[in-house]
Ligand binder design. Structure first.
Ligand code: CA
Length: 226
């Protein structure tokens, strides 16, 4: 369910939008100041922000600028909802990174359609999650997440890279030296035991599913796709 954050100081209007969003199957919450809106967005990243330009504390344009300069929130689509309907205002808003611009007064139905259209567009833009799987192991490269039989397994960044490398090269033997250089970024023939230690830990974390990582004695490791 998509979460919409409404930053709007007119309580009645915010309430009306919230009500309609919920009726339309969205999760909705609102903030009546720019600072409050930013705090809510930072506490829990919304899927879309409806932003009023004339707020009591800071200008909506400033809120937009702050959203767009926040690495976590930069990609959250923003729809400006404003009484400032001049072409120059619209252009300014869109240039500042807003995804759409709805002029007050607006029809609630139109606003819902715009919200849905923007969400569809932003879904389409998200790169398809490259998912690597082998047996019961599933590695989501974009979310940096590993699951075994659907259960999340917490790996260190290094274990994640190690598993990812093995999955990407499934069926091919990887020497310790190659793993050291590709996973650790170390060009050395010493410390190859480091690889063994990490493989051991990775196997432990993966449980029985980790058996698909095969040891090739004296050489290295190989992941056997089932
Ligand atoms: Ca206002």
């Amino acid at each position: 369910m998509a979460r919409i954050l409404i930053i709007e100081d007119e309580q009645d209007l915010a309430g009306l939008i919230e009500y309609n969003l919920r009726a339309g199957g969205f999760e909705a919450e609102s903030a009546n100041t720019g600072a409050g809106g930013l705090a809510k967005a930072r506490a829990r990243t919304p899927d879309l922000v409806l932003l009023d330009l004339m707020l009591p504390d800071v200008a909506g344009s400033e809120v937009l600028r702050m959203l767009k300069s926040d690495s976590e929130l930069r990609k959250v689509p923003v729809v400006i909802v404003s009484a400032k309907g001049q072409e120059a205002d619209r252009i300014q808003g869109l240039e500042a990174g807003a995804d759409d611009y709805v002029v007050k007064p607006f029809s609630v139905r139109e606003l819902m359609l715009r919200v849905k259209a923007v969400l569809r567009r932003s879904d389409a833009e998200e790169a398809p999650a490259p998912l690597l799987t082998a047996g019961e192991i599933q590695l989501d490269t974009s979310r940096h997440q590993v699951r075994v039989k659907g259960e999340e397994v917490i790996l260190t960044a290094l274990e994640f890279r190690l598993l990812r490398t093995l999955l990407e090269r499934g069926g091919r033997v990887q020497t310790r030296e190659v793993l050291l250089s590709d996973v650790w970024g170390i060009q050395a023939e010493i410390h190859t035991r480091t690889v063994d230690t990490h493989i051991k830990r990775l196997r432990e974390k993966l449980g029985p599913a980790g058996d698909i990582i095969e040891t090739i004695r004296g050489v290295g490791y190989k992941l056997n796709p089932p």
